[in-house]
Design a binder for this molecule. Sequence first.
Ligand code: NOJ
Ligand code: NOJ
Length: 621
Amino acid sequence: MLHLWEYAFNAATLVAICTFPSTAIAAPSFLNGRDLNSFVTTERAISLQGVLNNLGPGGSKAPGAGAGYVVASPSLTDPDYFYTWTRDSALTLKMLIDEFINGNAALQTHIEDYVHAQAVLQTVASSSGSFLPAGLGLGEPKYQVNGTRFNGAWGRPQRDGPALRAIALISYSNYLIKNGESKDVKTRIWPIIQNDLSYVGQYWNSTGFDLWEEIQGSSFFTSLAQHRALAQGTVLAESIDVTCTGCDQADEVLCFLPSYWNGKYIDSNINVNDGRTGLDGNSILGSIANFDINALCDSPTFQPCNSRSLANFKVLIDTFRATYAINSDIPVGQGVAVGRYAEDVYQGGNPWYLITTAAAEFLYDAVAQWKARHNLLVDATSLAFFQDLYPTITIRKYNSASGNANSSFAQIMDAVTAYADSFVAIVEKYTPADGALAEQFDRNTGVALSAVDLTWSYAAFVTMALRRSGGYPASWGTRNIALELATCSASSTPGVYVPAVAAGAPNVTAPCSIAVNFNVDATTYYGENIYVVGSDLVLGEGDVDNSFPLGAGNYPIWSATAYLTAGATVTYQYARQEDCGHPWILESGTRSLTLPACGGAAQTTNDEITTDQGTSGNCGT
Ligand code: NOJ
Ligand code: NOJ
């Protein structure tokens, strides 16, 4: 039995996947009289500025943010996004790094600030745990904008953050190496990357919260980023002549990736019982983050031009066609407003700007890959995707017939590009006159909603615009990646965690700690979670809002391992809560555990919770 962090769904809320008759492509009517190129040019500049406004220090909308910290959004209430998320920050910096490499030299100071900020942030202890000895703190999803810990219940850990940060820092490192700065990479930046890769190699096979911070399980987006980070880490380590701890897990993560393909589409969340179809914008975001202009379409890395990615794209987009009122008059073959997943209710469960631009980016990427390969192979898996755009298409190989603008290949490329443009046109249609990009836009009216000036919305727009104009980051080596293992295994390599002092991290030392395996027998209702609050820092120092979450992998036994200060007598209590504004239910008595001195054996509790389960109330409505 698995537990939803925040919202519970039942089958009745699921939206059926409808099929539509295919029609030939025609220009969307709202494009008439508008120039998409000029919109993209203008909005791209607004978006880059929008990102910089939310960046510390000195960003006009990020007062108090430390140097190199990316504020998710200036929105302070409903939702309060005035925090720095590792995921949003890494994706944003990847964009800034690509823009920098592409010629925008002024961005380097921000990148350098980020390097420093992340070296520090890695060492911050939080409810996810401490940095030393086992890297647990690296799974913390968000921090205060001055780089201190965030106190509060949250969906943790989130294991995409370290992988995405490593990918961003590796891109920057590769640039520096090309410019003769290998030594600097080796001494200053690699130690940060190595910590993150250690975390990935150690925990890739442990469940965590998805990028939407809602469900604990295995997430396609996370696994894809984890594989890429380890694969690129391997190559970088070789080039600067260091050992990469954890990178040996790359083949295992790759071996795991096909588990997300269910024969029809990518099930974005597996090892969960979440009552959803698994059709999720997660999959598109994963593919575009893995894009390699040099990749072959049959690469096991779920490239945009891959048949499975394309089949998934069609099924996913068609669910949104059927979900949002603003999409209802748009025929197949034309872009629609795209959200996280059809069952979403968060902030009204509306389309998102960043996912609609991601849909366009995905298609630009695929076209770029076919053009670079000079051919397109349509197979039974991808056929339905193409039929919506080019009804006479058949299962076969289309060659570019070099330079023949009327070839079928050229016509198909034009059709897919027009399809990509039609998603951008949706974003144009629902972007307010000042170009501000919030998180969502209303599913019925198209009016901008939820967090204002969302950094990630802006970053996603810039990345899409770069692809649309033919800008592609350097290959990340997918040509050398193949499924090597005959059988996959659930393995893990213990990480090596060292503060990246040369990049500015404080030289934290491990308080000599003892592993405590908390186990408590607790029956919960669907959605309710169990936590430990106690005297140790990792247990929240008595503050229940900062307590240590347990996992339900062995339900009804809730368990997790915490590293607590050796030699101390720890007092603790179990608490339960469904995190949607419900009050905590805390045990009345206090338990106590005396830990052995430094070097002593791990401890195990086998407790039984003394409180009854709460009532589920109206979470998620
Ligand atoms: C659930 C939302 O879906 C998620 O994206 C958000 O970050 C958390 N709640 C916290 O507000
Ligand atoms: C909610 C989103 O679901 C999550 O992915 C994001 O990290 C935060 N908002 C901050 O933007």
